[in-house]
Design a protein around this ligand. Structure first.
Ligand SMILES: Cc1cc2nc3c(=O)[nH]c(=O)nc-3n(C[C@H](O)[C@H](O)[C@H](O)COP(=O)(O)OP(=O)(O)OC[C@H]3O[C@@H](n4cnc5c(N)ncnc54)[C@H](O)[C@@H]3O)c2cc1C
Length: 406
């Protein structure tokens, strides 16, 4: 699919003007809302495989109508929206309850490719990712390299115009669906730490790649482990310089921590309203303890929104989210854990009844949220690592002696 945004804009005009042509923010919101209502993908399928196809079909629709990639340049199929419209875009998509992107590429490696990729790489990689034709997944963590990512051991040996990759990655979100893996590999010695790391884009279907799903505590297989056994990767798939991958990782990690901040703030605005409605329905809002907790969540959900605005602003001003994205990540992840924990407590014994039981409150959604958000303060860097980043890079406190020098 190689339509330009202007052709796609014309295509999208079956229902009137395209939102990118709107004269005011209000008009932008109205056109976008109308588009989302007209093209809504309908309810989320229960079957996981059907859900993947449902999500992919939605990404196709967004792209083909010129509504994908609000922050991406138009030359690669994005919308290149100004600040106020990026905020509206994210709010409206959360309000419409449409699916988010497949894989983790759009929020992490795509901004890195926009910043550091060659023209050819941008043209080849960004459009299929934006359209959902390819699912991109992150291969950074290894069994002995998580918080201390610079300890990674997966090697890439140069042979002519190719690298030969051997090693193992773990906790690869959506790895089962991966078409492409964006990886950090070791091209220098183990002792070279961050100076011997290269950023490599690897075809997940290449010979020698084995992907095994991992079952988590919700019963799902959101993660996978990935094994590389003499996998041949063209040198043209290297992002940035050989041994120069670490400089790019800061951009990727910043975007990973910032990713979806506004969507999550908007989504949790709705979820909190639903929790308040549930408390009312069960006659619990007269309880001062319940009221105090709900008020606290109300304050925090508003802070999340302001913080998300700050993140978008930083990206537009500096090209990167910067260390402030750690504060955003910390706020959101602590909030979602606390909220679900409180909801389960508030429901008393009913809180631990889950589907398929008829007695499950709202199909057990609060318990499911309680279980799935246990991992939130680990993914994209643990809460301790986010606190370290805020302490050192925002507050300028001394460097953590337990960590290698920066
Ligand atoms: C939901 C989720 C999704 C993920 N998705 C991906 C993915 O798609 N791709 C990928 O590559 N990885 C992914 N990960 C892996 C994630 O990045 C790592 O789990 C994380 O970086 C922590 O590494 P670790 O598990 O090895 O724990 P460790 O680094 O071993 O940490 C163990 C404990 O020690 C603490 N600790 C470590 N160092 C310090 C320090 N200096 N100061 C204070 N405390 C410290 C940690 O906070 C933690 O409590 C995901 C993880 C989760 C939970």
């Amino acid at each position: 699919m190689t339509m330009s945004i202007d052709e796609r804009a014309t295509d999208g005009q079956a229902t009137g003007r395209h939102a990118v042509d709107a004269a005011t923010d209000e008009e932008f919101r109205a056109i976008l809302r109308n588009f989302l209502a007209t093209h809504s993908p309908g309810p989320r399928p229960r079957d996981p495989a059907a859900r993947v196809e449902w999500t992919r079909a939605w990404q196709n629709i967004l792209y083909d109508h010129g509504y994908a990639g609000p922050s991406f340049p138009r030359e690669v199929g994005g919308m290149d929206l100004p600040f106020s419209r990026q905020v509206i875009y994210r709010e409206e998509l959360a309000r419409a309850r449409v699916p988010g992107p497949l894989g983790t590429g759009l929020g992490i490696v795509a901004p890195t490719i926009v910043r550091y990729g060659t023209e050819e790489q941008k043209q080849n990689w960004l459009r299929p990712m934006l359209r959902g034709d390819q699912v991109w997944c992150q291969g950074y963590s290894e069994p002995d390299a998580g918080s201390d990512l610079q300890a990674l051991r997966t090697t890439a040996r140069r042979e002519g115009d190719e690298y030969v990759v051997n090693g193992q990655k773990v906790w690869t979100t959506r790895g089962e669906q991966a078409d492409v893996l964006f990886c950090l590999v070791r091209t220098g010695t183990q002792e070279s730490r961050q100076n011997g790391i290269t950023y490599l884009i690897i075809d997940a279907h290449a010979p020698g790649v084995t992907i095994r799903p991992l079952r988590d505590l919700t019963g799902g297989t959101a993660f996978a482990e990935v094994f590389f056994d003499d996998v041949r990767v063209p040198v043209t798939n290297r992002l940035g310089e050989e041994n120069g991958g670490w400089a790019l990782v800061r951009t990727s990690l910043g975007h990973e921590r910032a990713a979806g901040a506004m969507e999550q703030a908007a989504a949790y605005r709705r979820v909190l309203s639903e929790l308040v409605a549930l408390a009312r329905e069960r006659g619990l809002t007269a309880d001062p303890g319940v009221r105090a907790r709900l008020s606290d969540f109300e304050i925090r959900v508003r802070l999340m929104r302001y913080n998300a605005e700050q993140v978008i602003n930083d990206i537009l001003a500096r090209g990167e989210p910067g260390p402030g994205s750690s504060a955003s990540r910390l706020l959101i992840t602590a909030f979602e854990q606390d909220l679900h924990e409180f909801a389960v407590d508030m429901l008393g014994p009913d809180g631990i009844v889950t589907k398929p039981s008829e007695q499950a409150v709202q199909r057990g959604r609060w318990l499911a949220g309680f279980l799935s958000t246990r991992a939130s303060t680990i993914g994209a860097g643990t809460a301790e690592i986010q606190r370290n980043t805020i302490a050192e890079q925002v507050l300028r406190l001394p460097h953590d002696p337990a960590m290698p020098p920066r």
